[in-house]
Ligand binder design. Structure first.
Ligand code: BGC
Length: 402
């Protein structure tokens, strides 16, 4: 037997999904442009999916509650859907899972989109009211509350998608087309401003409602990337990389750092920066989406988070790999680097792989396969890939055996 890398006691091991990508049957602002249809029909099959996750030795699960189901009309909350998520959470608890609920994972109710979505400052009131209701309903069933998933990704990419600034190419793939629209430049800033206000407001209100003796944890999920200089000897490349690192990785966290009980980290990207703001990665190993795989990056990104002095949960990390060729090594290598960061004092308390099963990958549809479990979209049958069993062993041992 080789080296054993043990993880801290009570480490959380699990997976993450989001409502729109997996549940099916959702009518929200994405549906018009990118209809997820039935997705994995997780809405009907969730108990089976939880059984599967449990059989793979996972002990934590991250998902999102779909705002458009719960509040389909402004101010009108749907009791049936509220009961749905109550049963959903109870099923997770009955199986012993730690639960992490995301309140906003890219989608919005149509009524909100119609008044400008997150560009409208009224969103702060609406989102806080929604969060408060969710807390009142589920306070005993939720271990971690995430306000917003990847705020900057939403403010830039998702918003661009929803404005229809995408062109469909002949092969059915999509290309983002950035038309010179004044509004596109200003809107991301408005969104970020409102996200910051909304996050802080929700943090304060949930803590106030919980009272001093109730153990509530409210955090954010940030997608931080590993930025480094294309040419480490070039000071201009290094300055460029530092600037982007500050804007993308730090700015938002700095604004909300006094309103956080934990940081959720989504790690996917290495970005080598060449002046002026060009990216030139080596791309020696890439996923099915052509994204470079760079496991040491997660170590550097974690080390950057150390200064916040907060518990960190890896809330997403994964790759599109239909034939499951790279996933096992991907998991192993990333966990080695996470272990190293823990050794060096970063308080990482859990790892949630993206994703439990294949799901609807936003503008890219169902082709990219991020699942530990394969989904046959015709029969909706689930079949764990080989890497799912590899990960299950790690979850069971609370250790990586090299
Ligand atoms: C998002 C997920 C998405 C994943 C893979 C993250 O940015 O939170 O919804 O599926 O990346 O692209």
């Amino acid at each position: 037997m080789g080296k054993i890398l043990e993880f801290p006691k009570n480490f959380l091991w699990g997976t993450a999904i989001s409502a729109y990508q997996s549940e099916g049957g959702i009518s929200c602002d994405w549906t018009k442009h990118f209809d997820a249809g039935l997705a994995c029909n997780h809405y009907r099959l969730y108990e089976k999916d939880f059984d599967l996750a449990k059989s793979l030795n996972q002990n934590a699960f991250r998902f999102s509650v779909e705002w458009s189901r719960i509040e389909p009309k402004e101010g009108k909350f749907d009791q049936t859907e509220i009961e749905f998520y109550r049963n959903y959470l109870k099923s997770l608890k009955a199986r012993g899972f730690a639960t992490m609920v995301t309140l906003h994972h890219f989608t919005n109710p149509i009524w909100l989109a119609e008044i400008g979505g997150w560009t409208n400052k009224k969103v702060v009131f609406y989102f806080t009211r929604f969060a408060q209701r969710m807390f009142n309903e589920y306070r005993d069933l939720v271990d971690f509350w995430v306000t917003i998933n990847e705020p900057l990704v939403y403010a830039t990419f998702a918003y661009t998608c929803l404005r229809g600034d995408l062109e469909q190419k002949k092969d059915n793939s999509f290309q983002v087309s950035f038309h010179p629209r004044i509004s596109s430049l200003i809107h991301p800033f408005l969104i970020v401003k409102n996200q910051i206000l909304a996050h802080k407001e929700v943090y304060k209100i949930l803590h106030k409602s919980a009272g001093p003796n109730f153990p509530i944890r409210v955090g954010i999920v940030k997608n931080n990337s590993f930025f480094d200089a294309f040419n480490p000897h070039s000071s201009i490349d290094r300055i460029n990389a530092s600037f982007l690192r500050y804007i993308w990785n730090e700015y938002f966290l700095n604004k909300i750092k006094h309103h956080l009980d934990f940081i959720g980290l989504n790690y996917y990207f290495h970005i080598r920066v060449k002046f002026p703001f060009q990216t030139k990665n080596q791309n020696k190993v890439v996923s099915d989406l052509g994204w470079e795989i760079c496991s040491p990056g997660i170590y550097f990104v974690l080390k950057e988070l150390k200064k916040y002095n907060l518990p960190v949960y890896i809330t997403e990390n994964g790759l599109a790999d239909k034939n499951d060729i790279l996933r096992k090594d991907f998991i192993k290598d990333h966990l080695c680097w996470i272990w190293q960061a823990i050794e060096e004092g970063v308080d990482v308390k859990g790892y949630l792989h993206w994703s439990l099963m294949d799901n609807f990958e936003w503008d890219k549809g169902i082709e990219p396969r991020f699942g530990l479990v394969e989904v046959d979209y015709k029969t909706l049958e689930r079949k764990p890939r080989t890497s799912a069993f590899y990960y299950a062993k790690i979850c069971k041992e609370n250790a990586l055996i090299l």
